[in-house]
Design a protein around this ligand. Sequence first.
Ligand code: FAD
Length: 408
Amino acid sequence: MSASETDPAAASASPEQVRLDVRRWLAESWDANLSLVEWRRRLVAAGWAVPSWDRRWHGRGLPAWADEIVAAELRAVGAVGLPMGVGPALAAPTILTHGPDSVRERFLRPILTGEETWCQLFSEPGAGSDLAGLSTRAELDGDHWVVNGQKVWNTSAHYADFGLLLARTNWDVPKHRGLTYFVLPMHQQGVEARPLRQMNLHASFNEVFMTDAEIPIGNVIDDVGSGWSVALTTLAFERRFGAMARPRFAASAGRAIDEARTEADHYFETYKWYPQRAGRADLLVDHARSAGLDDDPNVRQELARTLSLQRVGEWTAERARAARALGRAPGAEGSIGKLALSNVARAAARTHSLIGGASGLLSGPQAPFGGMVAEVLVSVPAQSIAGGTDEIQRNIIGEKVLGLPRDR
Ligand SMILES: Cc1cc2nc3c(=O)[nH]c(=O)nc-3n(C[C@H](O)[C@H](O)[C@H](O)COP(=O)(O)OP(=O)(O)OC[C@H]3O[C@@H](n4cnc5c(N)ncnc54)[C@H](O)[C@@H]3O)c2cc1C
């Protein structure tokens, strides 16, 4: 059975049955006084952490829609669910899809329990959109690989335990065929992560230098030389990994919840500017009111345009969620959704500027919205770059949806 096949008996389960089963299990098993790891281990052992995964890999072999139902039931009783970040969002589906089993056995469970955290080591100073042109090299030396090279823009690499590393292992074949996808242990002498300060003054990503860094021979995802197709899987999941909502926790109600809150605080420290990166369209109407411009026809026109774009973007995201619930592999809807988010972010930044004028450039506590507008203006450009630029998304849509000739 492949990692993603569903179990025939489980596949015929109805949503009502799944809801009842998980409710019954939660009534017996949710205990806020456990440690966070103890609780998540219990959740994972019962298969309710990722019910759509195969039973062999910590799931229950249920259809894809079961994940949302179970997450909603967990929220309803105030129980803690999966951790956030690159581990569950990118590493887990990539490892699940491509294996091998030894890598699935070693890494999937601690991703789901949050015991190990991950970062993505793809981009290089000379390889971003043209990722396949990367030059970090890995060479086999006895029972381990030796890696030398530099990565850049690596979110959370300064604390992650493992990195999803794309490196060149063969220089004698066309560039896409000479890549291998590794799991790099980050806490070792040969790996140095140096934080980069951004123009919005946050420092959420890093440059990572690898100097004779070592990787155990078995830490290869899929096969040596097949790294490009594995990377495409990660990138497809990354386009889905846009909006992140901070989970709501009950006021101090037990150890597992307190630890989950601390975990979320730590995680969102890195991502706290991401709402500004998305343009803060939610603040536009308040901004117009507080500036006394909510009856200005030009402002109203732009508000309507931006908020309509936002609503359409939400419907696109809804469509992507529905495709996911049906168990479809990520497709071009990820690129369309990502472009929609960029358009909303830019339109929102323009509208904030129209409303605030020069005051939008002020930072500090006395500025409008505590300097939030200024932070929006210097954060929005990242929306069109992270996870593949707008131009690259347009190329994907041109080729996959419109059937245009391939980009050269
Ligand atoms: C917030 C944020 C978080 C990030 N996190 C990570 C991370 O965790 N790990 C990681 O590895 N990377 C990360 N990145 C890096 C990101 O993936 C790259 O910045 C991105 O892929 C673009 O690469 P580049 O910066 O080298 O730009 P380039 O590829 O050099 O692009 C420069 C310009 O040329 C255009 N262009 C390039 N090729 C084409 C083409 N074929 N057709 C049309 N136009 C083209 C681009 O659209 C862009 O406008 C992050 C970036 C941001 C902004």
